[in-house]
Design a protein around this ligand. Sequence first.
Ligand SMILES: [Cu+2]
Length: 146
Amino acid sequence: MRPSFRFTARHRSVAIALVALIAGCTAFAQAPRDLDYSRTRASQTGLYRGTIRPAGDSIPQGKMQSWSLHLETAAGAPVDSATISVDGGMPKHGHGLPTKPQVTRSLGNGDHFVEGIKFNMGGWWVVKFHVSAAAGSDSLVFNISL
Ligand SMILES: [Cu+2]
């Protein structure tokens, strides 16, 4: 009886370890439930409002793409003159964007051309625009689900 008991106990601890590992990975990979995936969002301290417009309206996986970012003040005035930098990544994976997107030019009427965006895997991504303009410096944070 003893050897079979030991075998079972050992088996069970291995099984428990495996279940814990799998459950841990799953929890680690999941995005928070209450995330806002809106394409129009207020900046973090409320100075601006931004809208992302992916080319063709869809956000593909694994393809280099260009977006436009519409930027306006909290009062709704288009912001053309701004310094905008882009970063982001996958918060639950601990990595950044695979490319270095850049705002390459102003398109007028508050629209800015963003080039070099790519998402190389599915899941929850965050794209941040750091805006510096007449109203001040602020960040726009967009959640993307692929
Ligand atoms: Cu990832």
